[in-house]
Design a protein. Structure first.
Length: 267
């Protein structure tokens, strides 16, 4: 029986699965069988940027390569992110951030894990830094937007979807180093222009960290009960557009290729 530990991305997927927004088969293949799904162009660009900044390879272990035009010139998106690499180093210098580890794996929590982009020293204390890129850095409505207005209601799903990583890693740091509430920073860089970048320090109440630790335990028990030797038909969450875009559809016996009939009631 496989021991499935809880990462912040698995926790997000479990929330979405229980809300019917993500198929359980995809969750199973990614987090139990370790299936690597094909990255999008935006993910490739983000991996290249992070590698240029930290020299840390992506999870597949392959060195990211920039894309070129037919003339052999650097593609426009990579030129933009090349300029953002300069912004990254200027931020590191201006705030006197000293990298201690990149790609740091947390291992001490009994039920959870995670890999931090960077453990650094800043203002004479150890901090966690996560590097993000976004094509919608100022968008408050997009799932991937980083507008400040998104955080006005910290309890909203759209805010928690972004901040859960900070909460998760702060909990892991408690077990790793005994630091009760370790500072956490997001460095966010635009994929759309050469200028826009943001720094967020995520401040989390101690009670919220305690609650998250309890959620990790519950999620661990749930996952290791439901996702060990499951019946695929019970995990399936078919939805027309989701199935159409799914990279597993070729071999999935539970996909649909027409919309499901949904009832509308009028009284």
């Amino acid at each position: 029986m496989k021991d499935i530990k809880i990462s912040q991305s698995l926790l997000k997927s479990l929330f979405n699965y229980k809300k019917g927004k993500e198929c359980g088969i995809v969750v199973y293949e990614k987090y139990v069988n370790g299936l690597e799904l094909d990255p999008s162009e935006a993910m490739d660009l983000g991996n290249w940027f992070e590698w240029r900044c930290t020299q840390q390879l992506p999870r597949n272990g392959k060195t990211p390569e920039s894309k070129k035009t037919q003339k052999g010139d650097l593609a426009s998106a990579y030129k933009t992110m090349g300029a953002q690499v300069d912004n990254y180093w200027r931020i590191m210098k201006r705030y006197d951030i000293k990298s201690l580890h990149t790609g740091y794996s947390f291992t001490q929590h009994p039920y959870a894990n995670g890999i931090a982009d960077m453990i650094a020293e800043m203002d004479n204390e150890k901090v966690i830094i996560d590097i993000k890129t976004s094509g919608k850095i100022d968008d408050r409505w997009s799932e991937w937007g980083w507008a400040e207005e998104k955080f006005e209601n910290s309890d909203s799903d759209i805010a928690q979807n972004l901040t859960i990583q900070a909460v998760h890693y702060k909990v892991l740091a408690r077990y790793e180093w005994g630091i009760a509430n370790m500072p956490f920073y997001f460095l966010v860089f635009s994929q759309s222009d050469e200028i826009s970048c943001k720094i967020y320090r995520v401040n989390v109440d101690d009670e919220r960290l305690d609650k998250h630790d309890q959620q990790i335990t519950a999620a661990y028990q749930y996952v290791n009960k439901i996702f060990n030797n499951p019946k695929m038909e019970k995990l399936a969450m078919p939805e027309y557009k989701r199935c159409y875009e799914c990279s597993l559809k070729a071999n999935c016996q539970h996909k649909i290729d027409v919309p499901l009939i949904k009832d509308i009631y009028v009284y």
